[in-house]
Write a protein that binds this ligand. Sequence first.
Ligand code: ASP
Length: 452
Amino acid sequence: MKVVKFGGSSLASAQQFRKVIQIIKDDSARKIVVVSAPGKRFSQDEKVTDLLISIANKSLAKQDFSNEMNKVVYRYQEIADELHLDEQVMEMIRLNLNELVAGDKKVPKYYIDAFKASGEDNNAKLVAAYFNQEGVLASYVNPQAAGLLVTDEPDNARVLPESYDTLEKLRSRNEVLVFPGFFGYTKEGRLCTFSRGGSDITGAILANGVEAELYENFTDVDAIFAANPAVVKDPIPVAELTYREMRELSYAGFSVLHDEALEPAFKKGIPVVIKNTNNPASPGTKIVKEHTKEHAPIIGIASSSGFINIYIEKYLMNREIGFGRKVLQLLESHGLSYEHTPSGIDNMTVILRGHQMTPEIELALIKSLKEKLLVDSVTIERDVSLIMLVGEGMRNQIGTMAIAAQALRDRQINIDMVNQGASENSVMFGIKEKEEDRAVEALYHAFFEESL
Ligand code: ASP
């Protein structure tokens, strides 16, 4: 049994629905179909989810939302009309949207989540109706009825582990099951969505629950590429990645799959394949527990901007037991989450995502570092980018760092920080944000072109 997830662009129009049904017909093991809300048909288009969020916010603020509401209804209507679907489905969708408007506004976050989730929920009903009309026996499955339980965290829910046992029962159903992505229900019966892009998570949860042989994630790219195609011209596709490698790449900016979507698959060792709805014949990228094929030491190069360095100096820091803990505790007390802490003998750098550091927090943090920890100096450096070289194959491989450093040197790019964990799955460089694209290009050239 395979779990198949289709993203927003794969379900954005009637034409896309036709491709989706063909993919399901092509393989009878594709039994569970997770769907997103209709996404963009072209780059300037609006996503149904964004329109729904706007409706919910305007409704809460007692503003007119008829324009957005018409657009949402029209998106579904257009698909239904083009596919000649029974009017009944559209009636159901309209009714649902009206009910949502009249819903409980006491806690705005729940109100907004209910709207957001309807994007996938109504699309799942549309997909199921279409499948049945075209002779693919299918049922819409409600996540509450199926037992997808989540934490009570609107907009950022996480699956509760007890869900898996209940979801396992879906295995025994014979028809194709169409399951809306992106949300579940708390134990108290409240709807909560995952974070944005969370339909990927639903697919992985179901794959885990039914112990699928494979989780196929259909999107609009042929594969995961070794570097960002917006930065490097025609980067090579990656045929196979391990969960660990994928995790490191998505940490530093590879956004093909939701960051949290790997864990449920990883736990049961279920392989994940990224495939293209518009080109299903392309093999895509397979994410697995251990490599099964020959592979280069470096599998991909990712980069991410917007970090800041807090550089702390204190003479004889190395003698002071608990200093690092106290620094991190101070950060915690200011609500700051940190990423890395490379250190020297009398200095320590804390790297964090810059958006958290407001001017007020910055002032307060510097003050407490100086007054409470008696540090000699604190310097805050902004506009830092992290570049990650990722590949389990670099373990015990001599010279990886030398190639990387040489490539950056040749382009006169200064390395501000290097971080390599003992696991040797990745090497991370901190550089100035303005050098980011050049650095990725230089490293790609060194590892994927020159070494061929
Ligand atoms: N439709 C939701 C979003 O745009 C969830 C998803 O597509 O995965 O974030």
